[in-house]
Design a binder for this molecule. Structure first.
Ligand code: HEC
Ligand code: HEC
Ligand code: HEC
Ligand code: HEC
Length: 432
């Protein structure tokens, strides 16, 4: 016989299943929403200095970033082999006499070597300010937040070194929480502010250039506190920078036996590139050429092995240019032309120094003309150095590089002439 309740069994099953489903849905609904598309493997603290922690979440970026330490290939004018620039160009020993660059001036290498290279350079000594660590370490964003840049810059190099154990890393360019590109160097933030600009309003493409300006810029150490300052108050082109330095009366060193208050350029890649270059005007960013997209199976990511684009033109230029042979050949032509103009400027500068030395040694030299020669030489050498110290041998902005070197040569020859005139007794009036 069948139970009189048997006809209710299907309904009961449906009710039980529906209740179970409702319970499961309620349980799922009450779970916290995932924070990111892919759950992070590790939490990365704000300003985490150790790149290997970040790299656990982003292995492709981490692996390619690590490769920067091992690069050692040299290109015609650049690359990652830290060859001695003084041996390649003996003029540099003359032009930098009396200052540390005449003792040690090596070609730049990858980001993974920045800390090793600053510790090994012959330019560091007991008088070196801590400010020199500003573009070398992923410890900086954390230190700037904790102690402020004023205290950071006033700390001697050796003391600050106690807190620095990481080379450049993820924290120099990224926000740990959002992975967005950020301005981490307070000096850059201040320099932009002084021009009425707020980097937080910049587009993503602009940030792909500005993030490099944290370090690849001209800067100086202001005052006794060695406060890191970008000389951009009047603009970022060479004439604005020299005008600024002349106005504040800054000098990097005094050239021996001449009394010239000299300036030394750092590495103004950002300023030269952004001075109306074809690529900058077309909206191309530093990262487009130096961190091109690459693939790991299905994953597309930015190559963090930042280096000379000439080592992989198919990726660095190929995304935009189809005729690779042509554009690579253009780089060579541009660099050869720039190098030639640079050597002419050096010859003029060496001659000018010789003439000013002779005039400075003669107590009867015309003081006004001698001072004019000194001032002119100061400007001329800074113009030349703006291109010589910039790391692309003119490629980042070919027209501007040639303009600047042309003016440098012209000013150096005028300085030489004035020094020679300072020694020439004025013609006797009425004599024949
Ligand atoms: C259109 C492509 C392009 C863009 C954009 C670009 N560069 Fe370059 N960069 C090059 C080339 C080409 C060289 C020359 C490399 C060589 O000589 O081996 C170079 C050289 C360099 C070097 C020296 C590399 C070395 O091997 O020693 C640095 C540093 C550098 N660029 C930084 C920057 C920064 C910072 C920006 C943005 C402000 C930038 N570049 C924008 C193409 C580019
Ligand atoms: C925190 C400072 C810092 C930031 C940010 C930075 N750089 Fe550098 N970069 C350096 C220093 C310092 C060196 C030289 C290291 C050495 O020689 O040991 C260098 C070297 C390089 C080189 C030469 C590499 C080689 O192998 O010769 C290139 C190219 C370069 N940087 C491009 C860039 C680009 C493009 C950006 C922005 C995406 C950028 N850098 C951001 C500090 C920085
Ligand atoms: C010198 C500056 C610099 C450093 C150092 C750096 N990055 Fe980046 N990173 C960039 C730039 C530029 C992009 C491109 C961002 C864009 O297109 O918006 C990028 C993009 C990324 C992205 C987005 C996906 C992609 O690949 O485009 C991730 C994730 C990332 N980086 C992780 C890291 C990690 C992890 C480290 C440390 C191991 C690191 N980055 C170090 C400049 C840097
Ligand atoms: C993101 C796109 C992009 C990348 C990457 C890029 N270029 Fe260009 N390039 C342009 C644009 C846009 C122009 C200007 C328009 C034109 O004439 O094609 C240009 C122009 C040029 C010119 C002519 C400039 C002039 O003043 O006559 C040369 C040479 C050149 N690029 C070389 C290179 C090299 C070398 C690389 C790789 C290191 C490179 N470009 C990477 C977009 C790019």
């Amino acid at each position: 016989m069948t139970s009189k309740y048997a006809k209710y069994i299907p309904t009961a099953i449906i009710i039980i299943l529906a209740a179970a489903l409702a319970a499961v849905l309620l349980f799922m609904y009450n779970q916290p929403a995932p924070q990111r598309g892919i759950a992070p493997l590790v939490e990365v603290a704000a300003n985490e200095p150790d790149s290997s922690v970040w790299a656990q979440n982003f292995p492709n970026q981490g692996t390619t970033f690590e490769q920067t330490a091992a690069n050692n290939v040299r290109t015609t004018y650049g690359g990652s082999d830290n060859f001695d620039k003084l041996a390649v160009d003996p003029n540099l020993t003359i032009l930098f006499a009396g200052m540390p660059f005449s003792k040690g001036y090596t070609e730049d290498r990858g980001h993974g070597n920045a800390l090793t290279d600053i510790l090994e350079t012959a330019r560091v000594n007991e008088k070196t300010p801590g400010t020199c660590y500003s573009c070398k370490s992923a410890n900086n964003p954390g230190l700037w937040t904790e102690m402020g840049m004023t205290a950071y810059d006033a700390t001697p190099f050796a003391d600050l070194g106690q807190h620095i154990d990481q080379t450049i890393g993820c924290a120099n360019c990224h926000d740990a929480e959002t992975m967005a590109l950020v301005v981490t160097n307070p000096a850059l933030e201040e320099a932009l502010e002084a021009q009425g600009k707020d980097w937080r309003t910049f587009t993503r493409q602009e940030m792909r250039t500005v993030v490099c300006a944290n370090c690849h810029v001209e800067y100086y150490f202001q005052g006794d506190g060695k406060y890191l300052t970008f000389p951009w108050e009047q603009g970022t082109q060479i004439q604005n920078i020299v005008a600024y330095y002349n106005e504040v009366g800054f000098k990097d060193w005094e050239y021996p036996e001449t009394g010239i208050a000299m300036l030394k350029a750092q590495h103004p890649e950002y300023e030269l590139f952004s001075a109306g270059s074809t690529h900058y005007a077309a909206g191309v960013s530093c990262a487009d050429c130096h961190m091109p997209y690459t693939r790991d199976g299905a994953a597309k990511f930015s190559d963090h092995n930042v280096r000379s684009p000439l080592l992989q033109p198919e990726k660095a230029c190929g995304a935009c240019h189809t005729d690779l042979t042509y554009v690579v050949e253009r780089v060579r032509t541009i660099q050869d032309q720039t190098n030639k103009a640079m050597l002419s400027a050096e010859a003029a500068l060496v001659d000018s120094l010789t003439a000013i030395k002779a005039a400075a040694a003669d107590p009867n030299a015309n003081a006004t003309l001698l001072d004019e020669a000194r001032a002119m030489h100061r400007d001329a050498q800074m113009y030349w150095d703006f291109i010589a110290a910039e790391n692309s041998m003119g490629f980042h902005n070919p027209e501007e590089a040639l303009r600047i070197l042309g003016e440098a040569t012209d000013m150096a020859r005028q300085a030489q002439l004035k020094a020679i005139q300072a020694l020439t007794p004025p013609a006797q009036s009425g004599s024949n």
